[in-house]
Design a protein around this ligand. Structure first.
Ligand SMILES: Cc1ncc(COP(=O)(O)O)c(C=O)c1O
Length: 359
């Protein structure tokens, strides 16, 4: 092992997809943007196809190209409007587009191609999407053109923390749909958190990201036992003794309060292990939690191993379970130390760490 490995667990992904499919009673669109939340698009798509998932959501044309290289048959949904220069590529690849802007839609129509489109409505996220007041005008523009309307969608800003706001957004969205024929359309509003609200059977597709990768996020309590799909392990690359009063790593941010044994491990913020993991962060060595003892550097971390048996080349668990399965570090822990969210931790895991698929 040179630096460290990201183990992506296919069995756990399939378990999660199974559990989600059984509990949401809708078609599932797996969100695979940002390298499938750090796991690798190829791995995620290949395994999801085994569970008959036929919809994949991406944020860029390059991601769509990667999905298309795995299957000619699956549906690929680009989650926002691309730049004008990318439109011909979209058509060649057979990608479904999310649309909301009448000028952009008019340009699509002018191109003469019969693009598949999903009309996005802004029900409160205020990021992209057409204003509800403009919905019928844009809807009519699309259905009276050469474009094929395949879906209508929205996105929730607070589904993981505020179910009340989410329900009011759903009402706003449902009202718009009352006056049109939606019988052949995909109606999709959900992310992971809102998928478990069980709103309404007119919503027939859920865009699931983080839950598929084993992180439970919902303002509604669910008993689903999602399993983590990512583990990160590295090794001890150096051991040193330091005396009380000394400090290690940049900034000498902490003064040792005792004579200490300190291990170095070859993972750092350039690998996606965030800088703010110090001072609260921990790793697991020899089935015990060991604290970081100095700032995270670009390529290495420093760990207090005074209280454990540790030698060069011993395994260091950065994310995941101890060998005896008794303790673990999960992505929410790393997010908490860094005052951020699990999505950011997963999607920032760098390509420098080799992905290893395990079953
Ligand atoms: C438009 C859209 N839909 C669905 C998702 C999936 O969200 P989650 O990872 O919370 O399931 C995202 C994620 O950022 C998104 O931007």
């Amino acid at each position: 092992m040179d630096r460290g490995f990201i183990y992506v667990n296919s069995k756990n992904l399939i378990h999660n997809l199974d559990l989600i499919q059984k509990n949401i009673n809708k078609q599932l669109c797996l969100v695979v943007k940002a390298s499938a939340y750090g796991h690798g698009i190829n791995w995620a798509v290949k395994n999801a196809i085994k569970k008959n998932i036929s919809w994949f959501a991406v944020a860029s044309i390059n991601e769509a190209i990667e999905v298309r290289s795995i299957s000619d048959e699956v549906n690929i949904l680009l989650l926002s409007e691309p730049s004008e220069s990318e439109i011909s590529k979209v058509y060649e690849l057979g990608i479904d587009l999310t649309v909301y802007n009448s000028d952009f839609i008019k340009n699509l129509i002018k191109s003469g191609h019969n693009f598949n489109v999903h009309l996005k409505v802004d029900t409160g996220m205020h990021r992209i999407g057409c204003e509800p007041e403009k919905f019928y005008e844009i809807y009519n523009l699309i259905i009276n053109s050469n474009l094929k309307l395949r879906g209508i969608c929205t996105h929730f800003p607070t589904a993981d923390v505020d179910s009340e706001f989410t329900f009011s957004a759903v009402e706003k969205f449902r009202k718009l749909l009352e006056k049109i024929n939606i019988s052949d359309l995909l109606i999709h509003v959900d992310n992971s958190a809102s998928s478990f609200y069980n709103f309404d059977n007119i919503f027939n597709l859920s865009r699931i990201g983080i839950a598929a990768y084993g992180v439970s996020i919902s303002a509604q309590k669910t008993n689903l036992k999602l399993l983590p799909t990512m583990e990160i392990k590295t090794r001890i690359s150096n051991i040193q003794m330091r005396s009380i009063g000394e400090s290690v790593s940049y900034g000498h941010a902490l003064i040792l309060e005792r004579d200490s044994v300190i291990a170095t491990a070859p993972i750092g913020y350039a690998d996606g292990y965030p800088w703010n993991s110090f001072p609260d962060g921990k790793v697991i060595i020899s089935n015990k939690f060991c604290k970081l003892i100095g700032r995270v550097t670009m390529d290495q971390i420093l760990i207090d191993v005074t209280d454990v048996e540790a030698k060069i080349n011993d395994e260091v668990v950065i994310l995941g379970k101890s060998q005896n399965n008794e303790i673990s570090i999960d992505v929410k822990d790393i997010a908490d130390w860094n005052k951020t969210i699990p999505w950011e931790i997963l999607t920032n895991m760098s390509k420098r760490l080799e992905r290893v698929e395990i079953d």
